[in-house]
Design a protein. Sequence first.
Length: 404
Amino acid sequence: MFEHVEPFAGDPILSLNEDFQKDPRPGKINLSIGIYFDDAGRIPVLDSVRRAEQQVVARDAPKPYLPIEGAANFRAAVQALLFGAEHEAIAAGRVATIQSVGSSGGLKVGADFIARWLPGSEVWVSDPSWENHRSMFEGAGLAVHDYPYYDGASGGLAFDAMCKALRGLPAKSVVLLHACCHNPTGVDLTPAQWDALVPILVEGELLPYLDLAYQGFGDSIVEDAYALRALAAARDRAGRSLSFFVANSFSKSMSLYGERCGALSVVCADAGEATNVLGQLKFTVRRNYSSPPIHGGQIVAAVLTEPALRRDWEAELAAMRERIQAMRRSLHGVLAAKMPDRDFGYFLHQRGMFSYTGLSPRQVDRLREEFAVYLVRSGRMCVAGLNRSNVEATARAMAAVLAD
C-alpha cells in the first residue's frame, strides 16, 4: 500500500537544530532556529506570562471545545493589539478574526480560503522569504512566485525593483509581505516606503497578506504595526476600504512557542463582507482542526487585557528587543575591528531576530565544521541566539571564514 511513499528530506532548519543537539563540542553556538534566548542562553519564561498562567489555572474552569473561530476575549484582544482599540475598522465590524494554531495555522487557513474563493489568484513572496511560506501556499494548491526584495550588494532593500515587479502583477494577485522584522534578512521597509507601496497595491487591485510574527521586536508594538494600519486606512478609487490578510503570532513576543498561539485577521470593505468571510474561515477550520486549544489563548488574553500584566509584558518585550540590538552592536564592533576594510553596517540597520550575514553556503559549512557555530546555509543568523558569552567567539569565527 505504501511502497511508493518517498522519504521526507526533513525541514532544513529543524534538522540543523537536531544536528546541533547531537554535537558534543562544549563551545557550540546555535544561531539557526528562530527562538529568542536570554543572555544565559535559555528560553525565558516571562514574569507577566507566568502570572497570567497562574490566573488561568486558578480558575479551575472546565475545558469544553472552543467555538470554531476561537475564544471571543482572545480575538477581541488581538484586534485591539493589531489596530488599536479605537480603530475605525474594529468599530465598523469589518475585521474578521479567528484564533489559529500559531501564525502558521493562520497562514494555512488563509491560503485554503484564497484557493476556494479566489480561484486563479497566484501568490508572490519576497526573495528570499521564510521557507515555509512557499510550502504552505503551494500545499493549498496555489502557484507561488518571487518578487525582488533583498539587495545582496548593500545588505538592504531592493525597493525600486520590488515596486516595479509588483506594478506588473495581474489583478487579484496575493502579495505576501512581512509587516516587520523580515525573516530571514532582517531588512524592513521604512514607514515612507510603506506609504509609497500601499498605492501600488491599491491601484493594482492586489491582495496583501501580511505576516506579523515579531511585533515588538523591531521598534515597538505600535511602530511595528505601521504597515497593517496604513493598509487599513487605504481606500480604492471608488472609496471602498482595502481588503487584506494579517497572520500574527505570540510565540516570540510572549515566549509561548509550544502553546501555538496565533490569529488570522481579514480586513474587509464592510461588516457584511466580514461576516461572510468569518463564516467561510470557520468552515475552513472545521474541515481541518475543528477548533483551537484553550490554554495558551487565555494566557495571551489575560496579558493583553489586564493593565498590570500588559504594562509588565511590554517592559519585558522592550528588554528582549534592546538585548537583541545590543548583540547587533557587539557583533558589529568586533567584526569592524577585525576587518576594518569591510562594511558591516548592515548588522546595525537590519531589525528583529534575524540578519543576513552575507556568508556563502561554503562559509556557513566551515563555521559549523571548524568552529561549532550553526547558521542556516542561506547565511541567515538568529541574532537572538547571541549573548555576552558567545558573541565575540562568533565574530572571530565569522571573520576567519570571511578572510579566507
